[in-house]
Design a protein around this ligand. Structure first.
Ligand code: FES
Ligand code: FES
Length: 158
């Protein structure tokens, strides 16, 4: 066991953990976050996605001990129920979530893609979302919500 200090959602957290522990388990079991979810544990579904310095990564295959001082953002850290992030608001407005299990992967991957390239085409967005699985098959509404956020984001970055 080692003392690991993580920067998560704008705050520093010190935990006792084996450095090889998947970041996902530290975030959920030790920090009590409910955004990232355990789906496959094999980097294949995306439900454990978090942002690491703005890039979408799969926390089920990232060792907690190798994160260092990088800033981790989970879906919990994006907005609040009272003040959702614009991409979360777009999902609410489009009714784009069912059970919500996949949303860390869907929302954070889309956000990271559009933050890096506000002018991403539909094809580029679809390609980036490849490998992010939704069991509820709300893909059409999700793409609509992502497109809505993309349009707003584009204007902000114009
Ligand atoms: S739980 Fe990490 S990709 Fe499926
Ligand atoms: S909304 Fe249920 S898995 Fe995607």
């Amino acid at each position: 066991m080692s003392r690991i200090v993580l920067r998560v959602n704008g705050r520093e957290h010190a935990v006792e953990a084996d450095p090889e522990t998947p970041l996902l388990f530290v975030l959920t079991d030790q920090l009590g976050l409910r955004g990232p979810r355990f789906g496959c544990g094999l980097a294949q579904c995306g439900s454990c996605t978090v942002l690491r310095n703005g890039q979408a990564i799969r926390s089920c295959v990232t060792a907690a001990g190798e994160v260092g001082t990088d800033e981790i953002t989970t879906l919990d850290g994006l907005g609040t129920p009272e003040n959702p992030h614009p991409i979360q608001r777009a999902f609410i407005e489009e009714g784009a979530s069912q059970c919500g299990f996949c949303l860390s992967g869907v929302i954070l991957t889309a956000k990271a893609t559009l933050d890096a390239n506000p002018h991403a085409s539909d094809d580029e967005i679809r390609k980036a979302m490849n490998g992010v699985l939704c069991r509820c098959f709300t893909h059409t509404r999700m793409i609509r919500a992502i497109r809505k956020y993309a349009e707003e984001n584009k204007h902000e970055n114009a």
